[in-house]
Unconditional design. Structure first.
Length: 261
């Protein structure tokens, strides 16, 4: 798959929730080649602090050659990104990795937790652009509270999906966790796409296995290069070997991954 390095002008930087930002940049070659589930590596500054690029899922992709990244401000790198202004230039490599398998034509469920919702927006738009009836598809989204979740859920509602939500504090939707909602939709779907914190995904994977429903997962790991050279993003595979999230993933069928703690 093609990979490009582009100097990208910032179109917009918007705070969409407490400590959550959406960064939009003009990256025509990366945007044109990207598929849902792929990611980019972003150089945060011009110097050596932070030294390493940061990996971000592609949140949305647009026909005008731009794309957007969704991130939470949690450290030096993301803090610097949150302070960018329109017209600033950042260096991005992408699109990287293996994205979602979009071949399923039957109803599906998209399951996202926290910042794991980010790649599902791109996926949802791509699915909706086809001939499928997205009104038969489900989107299950979870976060800490409504302030973080409501702006993200609105994207999927606008596309016509059946959206159900859960929050840790009960301020929006189900008071609890997203896997609690899965049992209600298993009789209506054939496949689950999932991204979020590891414990949540492990729970979703186990629940899908018990219901004999296929599941694809987008793994989130620390990455130093994103190109398969540093071997820093290896995780255990189901067969006892190791897989590289940046090259063989980040999307896997759940059965390809070892889910031991």
């Amino acid at each position: 798959m093609p990979e490009f390095q582009e100097k990208c002008h910032v179109h917009a930087i918007e705070q969409v929730a407490p400590d959550v930002f959406q960064l939009s940049v003009h990256a025509p070659r990366i945007s044109a080649a990207a598929t849902p589930g792929q990611f980019v590596m972003v150089r945060v500054g011009e110097g050596f602090d932070p030294l390493l690029r940061r990996p971000f899922s592609i949140h949305q992709q647009f026909a005008d050659g731009s794309l957007s990244l969704l991130f939470k401000k949690i450290g030096r790198g993301t803090t610097r990104l949150s302070r960018l202004n329109n017209g600033d230039v950042i260096d991005i490599i992408g699109p990287l990795g293996r994205g979602f398998d979009l071949s399923c034509q039957e109803p599906v469920g998209l399951v996202g937790g926290g910042m794991g919702i980010a790649p599902l927006a791109f996926l949802a738009k791509r699915l909706a652009a086809g001939e499928r009836e997205v009104a038969k598809d489900y989107v299950l989204l979870g976060a800490r509270d409504r302030h973080e979740l409501a702006p993200l859920a609105a994207v999927f509602t606008a596309l016509g999906y059946q959206v159900r939500t859960a929050t840790d504090d009960g301020s929006m939707g189900h008071h609890g966790f997203i896997p609690d909602l899965l049992a209600d939709i298993f009789s209506e779907i054939q496949l689950v796409y999932c991204c979020g914190p590891h414990p949540m995904m492990k729970n979703v994977v186990n629940t899908c296995a018990q219901a004999d429903v296929l599941c694809q997962v987008s793994l989130e790991t620390h990455m130093a290069c994103g190109l398969g050279a540093c071997l820093g993003c290896t995780v255990a595979g189901r067969d006892g070997n190791y897989v590289h999230v940046c090259r063989q993933g980040p999307v896997f069928y759940a059965g390809e991954v070892g889910w031991a703690e």
